[in-house]
Structures are given as C-alpha cells and as structure tokens.
Ligand binder design. Structure first.
Ligand SMILES: Cc1cc2nc3c(=O)[nH]c(=O)nc-3n(C[C@H](O)[C@H](O)[C@H](O)COP(=O)(O)OP(=O)(O)OC[C@H]3O[C@@H](n4cnc5c(N)ncnc54)[C@H](O)[C@@H]3O)c2cc1C
Length: 483
C-alpha cells in the first residue's frame, strides 16, 4: 500500500476547514492517500463564524449570511446535508435604507445592481438630486477607460456615476462589506465585475441591465434563493457540520494550538518537508502545507523562508470592527424598525456604519415579541470608537440609533463582539502584490496560501479559494511540478 502523503492546514476558519474538506475529496478522486491535520490557535473552530444562542435568540458575532449568487457555500451546504437548513431573507420586509442628509431614505429596490429602470423609486427616495441622477446617467454615454491600471473604488465610481451617487449610495454599501475606505481600495480586487462591465459594454449601467436580462432567463434549477441566504439556526451549523465530516474522514483536528514557526527541509530535488512548530512544544512534519491564517500571521510564518513574501503579506492591511447585537421588546420599538436595516455613508460623519434589523431580515432569529438589531461600527478611518469600553460603546451606538431612527427603548439583551484586525483590505495594487507573493513562494512547492486576505472576503469566496488551494496541493502531491 502507498504511504499516505501528509498535509497540514493551519487555520480552522471557513477557509482552512473547507480546504481540508476539498483536499479529501480531490485526493480520493485521484487515488492519493493523504493524512491531513488542521491546526488552529483557538479551541473553537470556524474563526470569524461565531453564532451565539441565548434562549430563543440567535445572534451572529461575525458573518450573518452569504451571497447565493456565488454558489460555493450553497454547494458545500448541500454536500454536508444542510440544504434544508438554508433560509432566504424575509421577502415581506425586503427594504433597505440609507441614512442620508439627516434621515433614513429607502434604497431603490435593485440598487445593488444599479438598475436605472427603477427611476421612479430613485426619485421618490430623494437620495439623489436631479443633477446627481443626471450625472449617474452619464455612465451610459461616457467612454470606458482605456488604461489597464488599477483604480480605487472611489475613483472608478465617481468617474462613472458622479460624486453624489458614489457618496450617498455606493460608498456605504461597499463600506458595509469591507469596512474599508473606498479611496484606498482596489476596484479590480474588490469588484472586478464592474471593471469588466465597463470594458465590455462601455457602461456599468448598460452592462448590469444586459446581465440582468440574461440572468433572469437563465435562472438555475432548484429552490429560489434570495440574494443573501443563511442557516436557520446560525452559520456555526456549517462549521459544526464541516468539523463532524472531517472527523469522520479521519482528519486530525488540533484546536487550541498556535503555530509558532515553520522550518523547511529539502528531502528530494525540488521537494520539501515542512516542519510546523506548535506552541505546545510539539512539531508536525508534512509533505505539503496550507496556510489559511490571516495574511499578517502568514507573513511571520513565511518570513524566514522568503523575506520578500513576508514583507508583501504584511502590506495587506486589516481593519478592526465591532458588532453590537441588541434585543428589544417589539412593542417598544414598533414603527422605528422597518425593512432589513440601513447603511450610513462615510460623508455623514457618524459612528455607525450599518444596522441590520436581524429578526425582520431572518425571522427565525428572535421570538416574535422581540426585535433583534445588529449594529456595525469601526472600519478604516473610523476605528477610534473601538477604544471605548463595552458600556460606553453600547451607549454611543444607542445614541446613534435614537437619532437616526428614533429607537430610545432599553434593550433587554446586549452583546458586544470586537473584531480586531479582522477585515482584510484589498488596497490599490492588491492583485499585483498577490502575483509577487506567488512568485516569491514559487520555489516552495506544496506550500499554498488561502484565506480571506487574498481573493475574496465573503464566505463563498473563501470556500472557492480553499478548493483551489486543495487542488494545488493534490497536483503537487501527485507529482505535477507547480507552474
Ligand atoms: C464582523 C464581520 C462580519 C462579516 N460578515 C460577513 C457576511 O455577512 N457574509 C460573508 O460572506 N462574510 C462576512 N464576513 C467575512 C467572513 O466572515 C470572513 O472573511 C471569513 O469568515 C474569513 O475566514 P478565514 O477562514 O479566511 O479566516 P478566519 O475566520 O479569520 O480564520 C483564520 C483562523 O486562523 C487561526 N489562526 C490565526 N493565527 C494562527 C496561528 N498562529 N496558528 C494556528 N491558527 C491560527 C485563527 O484562530 C482563525 O480560526 C464578515 C467578517 C466580519 C469580521
């Protein structure tokens, strides 16, 4: 019998766990026996995916849902037998707002796809002035940019849609996803689709309309999914199911064990043995190694092997944020909360980035006599608020809710979750940096990086990238030379 090849995956967030899952699947498909170990510094698996269950309340400390259009997460749920747990957002209260010029204004439905065939709702919302709207429409007439150079999100959208549309609608939606500063973020690394649309159709709006028409006639078979979906009892069910499946497959899961250092030994020409030094004094020696840790952790680990890759990884900044969940007696806030929630443009100069009426969006998350809200603060340039202690932070967020939507009642339940250095920022030149990192690591076949720091922060992106990492490991183990 062939000796199993050994692989260690460092980091047991969704990226590391799904990489280990895909490794087994792919290695089995080509008949390579592998022995895989997943190591995580925390004794809890799942990294940023953390669900709390408090009586009948279900709160998410980190992510609360994922995009259904990017199918990797839904497909993984299906493989793990979780399809019947997938839930859509509550279509009866499907309304999102933006806090602009002193009040909440409804975002026209379909704004996320920037559809100009919704002119009526755009005008009624008062979000854009006539001139702002006209400037946005110029996107249809303006020629596309010729230079292939990277561009900031702010520059791209101001150029195509004008300052007003950017500041009042697009910036807050993007800040809600990346907790970032659109002036620094790379459009090619964060929303490459918009760049493609500009190149292909000469206009983002025209491209979106065409894609929308094509998309509505080519809806995939299967149950209808809303743009965002979640799991009925919280996203940590995905982690629990993955951990259970990996255990069944014989994967060794070592929680509560941080990797302190890596050493590399050459044991055949061009083939390496990786020694993974753990903080309990033990070490693992493996044929292949996947680092699914945040980029700044991976930077320290690879620095002794290649200082260039270490330095480049360090150039991927991370933003800190916090989520504050509060549950109110429903009667005490009736009339104040409607729809899914709201986002707040940076230009408003407020502390709140966004708030989600969680139990209106996902009715399973609180009993019907309670309203669960989740507030989001922090992010690039707005991190000072995180220096407040929990009590002061909650007081600040409650002041924001009171002034923005009139919620003055006392919450019956409050929870603060701090996420320090948690949201990777794909700043200008990010894709070039990734290429340079790959180049610097290329001599270490079998050493692969994956995780939210590189090619997508969303859960489906992490799962997809984990599968690509697994594929690279299996190719390496089956003797293919890395390209
Ligand atoms: C507040 C918040 C809200 C979000 N909302 C959404 C959302 O609604 N939808 C969505 O799709 N995405 C959302 N995201 C993004 C998404 O949750 C993350 O990008 C994703 O979960 C990251 O997964 P990961 O496995 O790459 O990293 P992580 O989850 O960070 O996992 C990395 C793991 O590495 C471990 N580790 C670190 N150092 C070491 C070491 N030295 N040795 C061993 N292990 C180590 C850590 O303990 C951790 O478990 C959100 C993120 C945050 C913070």
């Amino acid at each position: 019998m062939t000796t199993p090849r050994t692989v260690a995956v460092i980091g047991g967030g969704i990226s590391g766990l799904s990489t280990a899952y895909a490794l087994h699947e792919k290695a089995a498909a080509v008949g390579i026996p592998i022995r895989c170990t997943v190591v995580d510094a925390s004794s809890d698996w799942g990294g940023k995916i953390v669900t709390h269950r408090i009586g009948d309340l279900v709160t998410e400390a980190g992510p609360d849902s994922f995009l259904s259009q990017k199918t990797a997460a839904i497909e993984l749920c299906a493989k793990l037998g979780l399809t019947d747990q997938l839930i859509n957002t509550n279509e009866t209260s499907k309304r999102a707002c933006v806090f602009s010029q002193g009040r909440l204004r409804e975002l026209p439905e379909g704004l996320v796809v920037i559809s100009p065939n919704q002119l009526g709702p755009f005008l009624r919302s008062g979000l854009l002035s006539w001139s702002g709207l006209a400037r946005m429409g110029l996107d249809l007439a303006m020629p596309g940019k010729r230079s292939p150079d990277d561009e900031s999100l702010a520059s791209f959208f101001r150029r195509r849609m004008g300052r007003q549309a950017f500041e009042r609608m697009l910036e807050p939606l993007m800040a809600g996803i990346y907790a970032g500063d659109a002036e620094q973020m790379s459009v090619q690394a964060t929303f490459p689709r918009f760049v493609e649309l500009e190149q292909q159709y000469g206009s983002v709006i025209r491209g979106m309309m065409t894609a929308r028409k094509a998309g509505s006639s080519a809806r995939p078979a299967g149950p209808k999914r809303t743009m965002f979906v979640s799991l009925k009892n919280g996203l940590s069910d995905l982690v629990t199911a993955l951990v259970a499946r990996l255990t069944e497959q014989g994967v060794t899961l070592r929680g509560g064990c941080a990797v302190e250092a890596l050493r590399v030994r050459s044991h055949q020409l061009g083939r390496w043995m990786y020694d993974v030094i753990l903080n309990d004094g033990s070490a693992l020696s493996v044929d292949s190694l996947v680092l699914a840790t945040p980029a700044y952790v991976s930077a320290e680990l690879v620095r002794p092997l290649t200082p260039i890759a270490g330095g480049l990884l360090d150039m991927i900044p991370y933003a800190s944020t916090a989520t504050i969940a509060m549950a109110y007696p429903r009667a005490a806030v009736s009339g104040s909360a409607e729809g899914f929630g709201f986002v707040v443009p940076r230009a408003e100069g407020r502390d709140l980035i966004a708030a989600t009426w969680t139990s209106l969006k996902w009715p399973h998350r609180a009993p019907s006599d309670q309203l669960l809200v989740r507030c989001y603060v922090g992010g690039v340039g707005r991190e000072a608020i995180l220096q407040l202690d929990d009590q002061a932070l909650v007081a600040r967020v409650r002041e924001e809710l009171a002034s923005m939507c009139g919620v003055t009642a006392n919450p019956g339940y409050v929870e603060v979750n701090r996420w320090m250095k948690a949201m990777p920022q794909y700043t200008l030149g990010h894709l070039d940096r990734l290429n340079q990192i790959e180049g610097a690591l290329s001599r270490y076949g079998g050493l692969v990086l994956t995780g939210a720091g590189y090619r997508g922060v969303g859960i489906p992106d992490c799962i997809r990238d984990g599968a690509i990492a697994a594929d690279r490991v299996v190719r390496y183990l089956s003797g293919e030379r890395p390209s």
